[in-house]
Design a protein around this ligand. Structure first.
Ligand code: NDP
Length: 335
């Protein structure tokens, strides 16, 4: 595979306080000076990029830039001993697409420390159908496993279940034999058949109770929880965990504040473990990616994913922020 001298990129810049974006033809000399040059096949669109394109939470830190926190593709040139032309690689996180140029272009130059080899048995499309969302979901599953939460311990709940991370967590957990209860916010009942189709045993909407703070301890319901929502939803999960249960928390789609009490921790031995995908050490990344080769069925990935063209990213970024996207999005940077 050869490098493209001129290629398409989704360009983001600032005009005063205003963010402007659009497709631009750029050249290899425009790319940052990093040690591995990659021909990109696919990237992804996530909630974080929704925030970025809306100019919220200071996601995009340098201007101009090419966003895209994920990419999968083929090395075409490398100054690093660890990669050679022809190697298939995958990239998630490390602040790429925030502080460094990312995957929304047909070519990318990336720091070799940020890359991992594509696992055996996975192609670049599958890697991005999983993306940061699926890799984060797998990190949360590993967190539950490390806490001793096996399928025999009882049902597990996934919140924000119809989103990217949530959907992929539902599919992985059900494939591994867990009884999965999928929680969506009120008004998202139309996603419940989809959630059962990808493996949830039940799907339910939070209703008003999930928008309010719970009692310190409520009826024990779940052995494990994967939370992408935070705020009152996470507070309620904690008060409803079964004795010895574990909550793996990665997200703040419902808010970043957490008002809770020590009761679940000191009277039920519940644990709350945070999951971060961005700065996660390589050893744990590779552990997660190796598991993803086998632990997520292809038919579930096909139901969860839709593929969009590079030029469609800004429009879909608005939709993802409004909660109008079900499942996960692959970006075909060559379309
Ligand atoms: P999506 O937008 O795809 O999914 C978020 C889901 O959360 C929505 O689909 C919706 O699910 C639910 N939701 C949204 N708003 C609210 C609300 N106000 N109250 C309750 N539920 C809500 O996002 P992603 O899956 O990409 O990311 C999910 C979260 O995880 C985000 O906060 C993201 O920043 C975080 N994240 C963190 C990572 C880490 O490394 N820590 C890595 C990846 C993501 P439903 O329709 O089912 O109600």
């Amino acid at each position: 595979m050869t490098a493209l001298e001129q290629f398409k990129a989704l360009w983001v810049d600032k005009e005063g306080d205003r963010l402007v974006s659009g497709i631009k033809e750029i050249e290899l000399k425009d790319l940052p000076k990093e040690d591995v040059l990659i021909r990109v096949d696919y990237s992804t669109l996530n909630y974080k990029e929704g925030l970025g394109f809306a100019n919220l939470n200071k996601i995009f830190r340098i201007f101009p830039m090419v966003p895209g926190l994920d990419l999968a593709g083929t090395v075409v040139a490398s100054d690093a001993a660890t990669f050679k032309p022809g190697d298939k690689v995958v990239l998630n996180g490390w602040s790429v697409g925030e502080r460094y140029w990312g995957g929304y272009a047909q070519m990318a130059r990336i720091n070799s420390d940020f890359l991992i080899p594509l696992p055996q048995g996975m192609d670049t499309y599958k890697a991005m159908a999983i993306g940061t969302a699926g890799y984060t979901a797998m990190l949360m599953v590993l967190t539950l496993e490390d806490a001793g939460i096996t399928p025999e311990k009882g049902p597990v709940i996934v919140t924000g279940a119809a989103g990217g991370v949530g959907s992929l967590a539902v599919a992985i957990l059900s494939h591994l034999g867990y009884e999965v209860e999928a929680l969506t916010k009120a008004g998202q009942e139309s996603t419940h058949d989809y959630l059962k189709d990808i493996g949830a045993a039940t799907a339910f909407s939070g209703g008003k109770a999930w928008d309010t703070l719970p009692a310190p301890l409520e009826t024990q319901k779940w052995a494990g929880a994967v939370d992408t929502v935070g705020a009152q939803v996470l507070a309620r999960l904690l008060s409803q965990m079964a004795y010895g249960g574990c909550v793996a928390a990665c997200g703040l789609a419902g808010g970043f504040k957490l008002e809770t009490t020590v009761m679940p921790f000191i009277l039920r031995g519940v644990s709350l473990r945070g999951v971060d995908s961005v700065w996660c050490p390589n050893e744990q990344r590779i552990r997660a990616w190796d598991r993803l080769v086998t632990d997520i069925p292809d038919d579930a990935l096909a139901k969860i994913n839709q593929t969009i063209a590079l030029a469609e990213v800004p429009a879909y970024a608005k939709k993802i922020l409004k909660g109008q996207v079900t499942g996960h999005i692959v970006v075909d940077v060559n379309a």
